[in-house]
Design a protein around this ligand. Structure first.
Ligand code: ATP
Ligand code: MG
Length: 551
C-alpha cells in the first residue's frame, strides 16, 4: 500500500531520506476508499483496530469490518440527509464508532469536525454557528447531551443529532440505525465525488494560548501523515501502534488512523476517562503495543512509576510531541526502559515538521531536524534567517512548495490566516534555535517568552531545570508584571508524592535553579498547587496562570 504513495519506502540515512522522500498524491484521493476499502479488498482479515476500555470491554476490527461498518454509517448519514460538504461534528471520545463515522463522512465527502466532550453549551453554540454544523454525533453521557441540547436552541443550522450507545427522544440511535442501514455504499462519481481540494476535516487547535482556531484540511491530508507514522513514529507492518489522544484533538489523526493504516500497522485504542499511569502501562503490556506516542505529560507521570515491574519486550519504539520534552524525563525513561524518546514537533496546521528520525541520535531536549518536504527556517523579528545558536521564530517557507498535509487556512478566517501565513512564509508562533548539527531546540511559544530586566527567558529551560529536582512532578514558568524589572519569573509547581509545600522547599528550589542554569532565570515567585491548568490534550495553559495572576 505504502509504495503506491511514496517515491521510495526504505532509506539508509537521514540525508538520503531528506533528498529522496516524496509523497505521491494521486487525483481524487479519498482515504476511506483508496486505503481502507482497498486493504479490505485485498486482505479483509488484516487487523485495523484493537480497542478496549477502562471497564474491561474489548473489541477488534479488521479492515473488512471497517469497510462494512463505514459503508453502513455512510448510508445512515445519507438517509438522514447529510450530503457532500455538510459539516458534521463528532464528539465521540475514544468510542470505536468514531472510526466508523469519520470514514463514512469521508466516503460521503461531508466535512468531519471532531471535538472534545469538555465543550460547554456556549462552546458548542460558537462552533455550530462558526461552521454551520448540520449534525452532531455524540456519546450517551448526561453532560454532553445537555450541552448539545441547550446549544441547539441557539444553533439554527443544527438539524440532526445522533447518540452512540443509547437512545433518547429527539436523537437518532446511532447503533440501531447502523444495524438497519444497507451494507453497501457505492463510491459517488461526477459532481458527488470528492476532489483533492475539497475540505475533509476541520480541527480545532488545542487552545493552549487562547480560543481554539478552526484548522481546515483537504482530502490529501492523510497522505501527509505517512511521514508522521511510518518515519517518525516508526510504525511496523502488522504492528500495534498507540498514540495517546482524545479524538477531539488533531493528535488523534496523527496517531490513530491515516498514516498507521497506510503503513500497514494496526492501531490500539484505550478508551478511558481518567488517566491512571499504572492502568495505561498495564494495557500497553497486555495488548503488546509495539510503537507508542504520547505527549510529555504522560511520560512525566510514567517515570514516577516503578517501570522495572513491566515487561516492555514488545514495545520497540517510543515518540513524544505536543509540548517540549524535558531532558530529565528523557534520561529517566531511558534508564528505566532502555527506550530513547524520539521527539517530534508539529501543529494541527501541519504534520510532523521536525523530528528525531530513526537514523539520528537523539539529543535530549532537542526536537530534531526538519522533515523532508518541509523548508524550515528560524527567523528574527525582521524576517532574516538566524545564525546557529541565535533564537528566533520557527517558520515554514512555502514559496517553492507546500508540504503535503499543510492546512488550507483557518476556516472562514482569512484575516487570521493571512496574519500567520503570508508572502510564502508560515509563522508557527514558536521560538527556537538551531545548533551546529542542524538540530532544533525549543525555547517557548512566542507569547510565553519572558522579558525580565532586559533578558529574554524561555520558560522551557527553567521548567527543565526545576524538573531535575526530585520534589517537582510538573511545573509551569510564567511572567508576572513587575514595576522595576518589567516582568519577573514565577514557577507554579506540583510536588511529587512525599514532599510538602513550604518556604524552605521554595528556597531550595530557587537555589537548585540557580545552580543548574544561569541565575538570572531563577523563579522569584514560587506557588505550589495541586494541579496545573491544562487543555484536553494535556498541555499546560500558561495563559491561564498569567490571567489569574493579573486579576
Ligand atoms: P493553540 O494554537 O490553540 O494555542 P496549540 O498550539 O497547543 O493550541 P496544537 O496544534 O495541538 O495546538 O499544538 C501545536 C503546538 O504544540 C506547537 O505550536 C508547539 O507550541 C507545541 N509543540 C508541539 N510539539 C512540540 C515539541 N516537540 N516541543 C515543543 N513544543 C511542541
Ligand atoms: Mg497553535
Amino acid at each position: 500500500m505504502l509504495s503506491k504513495y511514496v517515491s521510495q519506502v526504505n532509506f539508509n540515512s537521514y540525508d538520503e531520506f531528506i533528498k529522496s522522500f516524496e509523497v505521491r498524491v494521486p487525483d481524487n484521493f479519498n482515504f476511506a476508499y483508496d486505503v481502507v476499502d482497498e486493504i479490505a479488498r485485498t486482505t479483509p482479515d488484516k487487523v485495523a483496530i484493537v480497542w478496549c476500555n477502562d471497564k474491561g470491554e474489548e473489541a477488534v476490527f479488521t479492515f473488512g469490518q471497517l469497510k462494512y461498518y463505514s459503508d453502513k454509517a455512510a448510508n445512515f448519514f445519507k438517509s438522514v440527509g447529510i450530503k457532500k460538504g455538510d459539516p458534521v461534528m463528532l464528539i465521540l471520545k475514544r468510542r470505536y464508532e468514531f472510526w466508523f463515522c469519520i470514514l463514512a463522512l469521508h466516503k460521503l465527502g461531508a466535512v468531519c469536525i471532531p471535538a472534545t466532550h469538555l465543550l460547554t453549551a456556549k462552546d458548542i453554540v460558537y462552533r455550530n454557528n462558526a461552521a454551520d454544523i448540520k449534525m452532531i454525533v455524540t456519546v450517551n453521557e448526561e453532560d454532553v447531551i445537555k450541552h448539545v441540547e441547550d446549544a441547539q436552541k441557539e444553533s439554527p443550522t443544527l438539524k440532526f443529532k445522533a447518540l452512540v450507545g443509547g437512545s433518547r427522544e429527539g436523537w437518532y440511535d446511532f447503533n440501531s440505525e447502523l444495524e438497519k442501514a444497507d451494507e453497501n455504499f457505492v463510491r459517488p462519481t461526477g459532481e458527488e465525488a470528492t476532489k483533492n481540494s475539497d475540505t475533509s476535516l476541520i480541527y480545532f487547535t488545542s487552545g493552549t494560548t487562547g480560543m481554539p482556531k478552526m484548522v481546515q484540511h483537504d482530502f490529501t491530508y492523510p497522505l501527509g501523515h505517512i511521514l508522521t507514522a511510518k518515519y517518525w513514529q516508526n510504525v511496523q507492518e502488522d504492528g500495534l501502534h498507540l498514540t495517546v489522544a482524545d479524538t477531539g484533538w488533531a493528535k488523534a489523526v496523527w496517531g490513530k488512523i491515516y498514516g498507521q493504516w497506510t503503513a500497514g500497522s494496526a492501531v490500539f485504542v484505550y478508551d478511558y476517562d481518567k488517566f491512571v499511569p499504572k492502568e495505561l502501562l498495564e494495557v500497553i503490556v497486555k495488548y503488546g503495543v509495539t510503537t507508542f506516542c504520547a505527549p510529555p505529560t504522560i511520560y512525566r507521570f510514567f517515570i514516577k512509576e516503578d517501570l522495572t515491574k513491566y515487561d516492555f519486550s514488545k514495545l520497540k519504539y517510543c515518540v513524544v510531541a505536543g509540548e517540549p520534552l524535558n531532558p530529565e524525563v528523557y534520561n529517566q525513561f531511558y534508564k528505566a526502559t532502555g527506550l530513547k524518546l524520539m521527539e517530534g514537533y508539529g501543529q494541527t496546521e501541519c504534520t510532523v515538521a521536525l523530528a528525531t528520525y530513526s537514523w539520528m541520535d537523539p539529543k535530549p531536549g532537542s526536537m530534531g531536524k526538519p522533515s523532508p518536504g518541509y523548508d524550515i527556517d528560524i527567523v528574527d523579528e525582521n524576517g532574516n534567517s538566524c545564525d546557529v545558536g541565535e533564537e528566533g521564530q520557527i517558520v515554514i517557507r512555502t514559496d517553492k512548495r507546500i508540504p503535503p498535509g499543510m492546512f488550507n487556512g483557518y476556516y472562514r478566517d482569512e484575516e487570521l490566516t493571512k496574519k500567520v501565513w503570508n508572502n510564502g512564509i508560515y509563522y508557527t508562533g514558536d521560538m527556537a534555535w538551531r545548533d551546529e548539527d542542524g538540530y532544533f531546540w525549543f525555547v517557548g511559544r512566542a507569547d510565553d517568552v519572558i522579558k525580565s530586566s532586559g533578558y529574554r527567558i524561555g520558560p522551557f529551560e527553567v521548567e527543565s531545570a526545576l524538573l531535575e529536582h526530585p520534589a517537582v512532578l510538573e511545573c509551569a514558568i510564567t511572567a508576572v508584571p513587575d514595576p522595576i524589572r518589567g516582568q519577573i519569573v514565577k514557577a507554579t509547581v506540583v510536588l511529587a508524592k512525599g514532599y510538602t509545600a513550604g518556604d524552605d522547599l521554595a528556597k531550595e528550589l530557587q537555589e537548585h535553579v540557580k545552580t543548574v542554569t544561569a541565575p538570572y532565570k531563577y523563579p522569584r515567585i514560587i506557588e505550589f498547587v495541586d494541579e496545573l491548568p491544562k487543555t484536553i490534550s494535556g498541555k499546560i495553559r500558561r495563559v491561564e496562570i498569567r490571567e489569574q495572576d493579573s486579576k
